[in-house]
Design a protein around this ligand. Structure first.
Ligand SMILES: [Zn+2]
Length: 129
């Protein structure tokens, strides 16, 4: 079929508001998670007067908590970016190729900055951003 895509596809305002709600929900549950993780970190730090085996476990737990927090922090940044794109009316468009992302992708990862193809390139370090 010949493509007649002269006008770039955009999402309607109504659709964007649906994703804004998803993003807001995710943002508040993530913030709550991070707050919980922080207090768990503090508890882990306090238990430092134990034998070697226990220490190993708690340092493993600490590492896990730190990595979790890093990922969550990144997700929060992506969520804020996505919310800013909703305000600008550009939400849902891949930051690299400008294509409108599929509903399936946005429902799975509403804060996704790239379409699947570009995401793959980005993970391989092949995007020039
Ligand atoms: Zn793309």
């Amino acid at each position: 079929m010949p493509s007649t895509a002269t006008k770039a596809a955009r999402m309607t305002k109504k659709e964007m508001e649906k994703y804004r709600r998803l993003l807001d929900d995710k943002k508040s549950s993530l913030s709550a998670e991070i707050a919980k993780t922080r207090s768990a970190e503090e508890e882990t730090t306090e238990e430092s007067t134990q034998d070697i085996a226990d220490k190993a476990v708690s340092s493993y737990t600490r590492e896990f908590l730190y990595s979790l927090t890093d990922g969550e922090r990144n997700t929060l940044l992506h969520i804020d970016d996505a919310l800013a794109r909703i305000d600008e009316g550009n939400y849902g468009l891949c930051l690299n190729c400008g294509q409108l992302m599929t509903e399936k992708r946005l429902n799975a990862v509403p804060w996704a900055p790239y379409c699947l193809d570009c995401q793959e390139l980005s993970e391989k370090g092949m995007l020039q951003n």
